[in-house]
Ligand binder design. Structure first.
Ligand SMILES: Nc1ncnc2c1ncn2[C@@H]1O[C@H](COP(=O)(O)OP(=O)(O)OP(=O)(O)O)[C@@H](O)[C@H]1O
Ligand SMILES: [Mg+2]
Length: 221
């Protein structure tokens, strides 16, 4: 279960504090799939970064399966993230010098050795439709293919929370739809918590739970 309680975030800037999130609270349970929409600059990525323990809130807390990542020291927090959270970023953030297989395996490098991990990587690469591309590097892939690799990488550690920040933002309509279908299929199989930021109202409409963000407030719509 993911619980955000009175989550606030302000950035200190030269012209004074910028208030981005204002007392955001919500709960999501395993198997939930939720979309977050809202105008550019309203704080969607900031929210995802806090939920994924990539940034710390000014006040408030986030717990995932009862654990508050912000109470952990830096190395324990890195392990927590690695173990429990998968990220899919809009610009995929793949390692350019590594192959598809190496990119998918990257999150396993800091985890305890697991003999099953190569099979899981191959399974996921196949599952996202890239088994003939496993030895290719990102520069040899299309935008949609890179995003498929990013999804496989996000799932390699079987996270209980999958955070996706505009995963279809840079893709044409047909490719975006196939990526969205893939996310939903994998979500159904894994029964994790899926939280997806999107500017697409068509994509948001496919989520059973929908949040809208406006001026730092998050409302269920
Ligand atoms: N490090 C920072 N320092 C100061 N202000 C920041 C910082 N990071 C983000 N902001 C501000 O916080 C606000 C929210 O940014 P955020 O990236 O969360 O928006 P967003 O909803 O994801 O927008 P988009 O849809 O364009 O991706 C913006 O006004 C941005 O300028
Ligand atoms: Mg953003």
């Amino acid at each position: 279960m993911l619980v955000a309680s009175s989550l606030s975030k302000q950035y200190a800037t030269a012209t004074g504090p910028v208030r981005v999130l204002d007392q955001v609270s919500f709960e999501l349970h395993r198997g939930d799939a939720a979309a977050v929409t809202g105008p550019s600059g309203c704080g969607k990525s900031t929210l995802l970064h806090l939920l994924g323990a990539l940034d710390t809130p000014t006040s408030g807390s986030v717990t995932l399966d009862g654990q508050n990542a912000f109470s952990l020291n830096e190395s324990a927090q890195a392990l927590f993230r690695n173990d429990k959270i998968g990220f899919v970023f809009q610009d995929h953030c793949l390692l350019p010098q590594c192959t598809v297989l190496e990119n998918v395996l990257a999150p396993t490098l800091i985890a305890k050795p697991d003999p099953g991990v190569n099979d899981r990587a191959e399974f996921l690469i196949d599952r996202v439709g890239l088994s003939t591309r496993a030895t290719h590097k990102p520069a040899e892939l299309s935008g949609g293919e890179k995003q498929r690799v990013a999804i496989a990488r996000a799932l390699i550690r079987n996270p209980i929370l999958l955070l996706a920040d505009e995963p279809t933002g840079n893709l044409d309509e047909a490719t975006a739809e196939s990526i969205a279908n893939l996310l939903f299929e994998l979500h159904k199989e894994n029964q994790a918590i899926l939280l997806c930021v999107t500017h697409s109202s068509d994509l948001a409409a496919r989520f059973p739970i929908r949040f809208r963000m406006h001026r730092g407030l998050l409302e269920r719509s």
